[in-house]
Design a protein around this ligand. Structure first.
Ligand SMILES: [Zn+2]
Ligand SMILES: [Zn+2]
Ligand SMILES: [Zn+2]
Length: 153
């Protein structure tokens, strides 16, 4: 992990934010939802649904649909993002505080960095408009090598 000193704090913050958002929205942050979010946050890489299922093991007699529903819930409430190119999920580091984000995916250390840039979304929107296309969902995922890996860390 390059991007944090105490990853336990990242997990704590993510769970606290989820707690707050669920309370504000009157939603239930169930044990399974919490556990799935913790597992997604196990590191700053992405997590595939079946890996999460594996890690849940005997807990909650987790079956695929249960885990997918938990992930859907987390995604709907902005707590995780789906990385389409990897078919995997990452925890959102600043839930609901951003609208336009793009993802930098390091193929060496597997970290996924979430960045925000309104201008990117505007540009994509303009491009779509110029093709008379009405976009509903836009994701930008960039694969490459992160700064720490470039430095050989
Ligand atoms: Zn961390
Ligand atoms: Zn986010
Ligand atoms: Zn890296």
């Amino acid at each position: 992990m390059h991007r944090c000193h105490e990853h336990a704090h990242c997990i704590e913050d993510a769970i606290a934010a989820a707690d707050r958002i669920c309370t504000e929205r009157g939603l239930r942050f169930t044990g399974l939802r919490r556990r799935v979010l913790e597992l997604v946050w196990e590191n700053h890489g992405s997590a595939k649904a079946y890996d999460l299922l594996d890690k849940l093991g005997g807990d909650y007699s987790a079956k695929p649909p249960t885990v997918y529903r938990a992930l859907e819930f987390l995604q709907e409430n902005g707590l995780v993002h789906k990385i389409s190119s990897l078919n995997a999920y990452v925890g959102c580091s600043h839930p609901l505080e951003h609208s336009n984000c793009y993802f930098l995916i390091c193929k060496k250390c597997n970290e996924v960095q979430e960045c925000c840039a309104g201008t990117v979304a505007e540009t994509l929107q303009d491009l779509a408009n110029s093709n008379n296309f009405k976009p509903e969902q836009m994701t930008l995922e960039i694969e490459g090598v992160c700064s720490a890996c470039q430095a050989g860390n």
